[in-house]
Design a protein around this ligand. Structure first.
Ligand code: 4NP
Length: 150
């Protein structure tokens, strides 16, 4: 399974989603490839936000080896599933899709825990206290997803 996690900046939410899913895959002996990207280009090459690094570290996950990159059309070929964090990411990614096969790969990550509710992972960039909630939402969603494969 090849999974891509996508948010806006690729520094707050999707690096956490990548770290969490990777950790769960390893713990369950699954050889999955998990990566992340942002729809925007502002933070390309940067480390994850220090607040994401800190909350991940507190939960026993090291995400400090990650570097931000921008989502590219070729990612539709490279990945089986593209999990987007919010409905804006969803429309931005879908706009780059060339066919139905591409479109079918794109899913809101919180559809795992709240199917059909079109719930977004809140953007914690301007909210120092939002990172714990983001971590928990992503941890639950990744657990639900991986349960189908273990
Ligand atoms: P992310 O959070 O999409 O979860 O990485 C953001 C990071 C940066 C910005 C917005 C959201 N920004 O406006 O620079």
């Amino acid at each position: 399974m090849k999974i891509l996690m996508v948010c806006l900046g690729n520094i707050c939410r999707s690096p956490l989603a990548e770290g969490i899913m990777k950790q769960k895959a390893v713990e369950n002996g699954l050889e999955w490839a998990v990566d992340s990207a942002g729809t925007g280009s502002w933070h390309m090459g940067q480390l994850p936000d220090r607040r994401s690094i800190a909350i991940a570290r507190k939960k026993g996950i090291d995400i400090s080896d990650q570097r931000a990159r921008q989502f590219q059309t070729i990612d539709f070929e490279r990945f089986d599933i593209i999990f987007v964090m919010d409905t804006q990411n969803q429309s931005d990614v879908l706009r780059l899709a060339s066919n139905e096969k591409d479109r079918e790969k794109v899913a809101l990550i919180l559809d795992q825990t709240y199917p059909g509710q079109r719930k977004s992972v809140p953007d914690p960039y301007y909210d120092d206290n939002g990172f714990e909630e983001v971590f928990d939402l992503l941890d639950q969603a990744c657990s639900v997803f991986i349960r189908r494969y273990i």
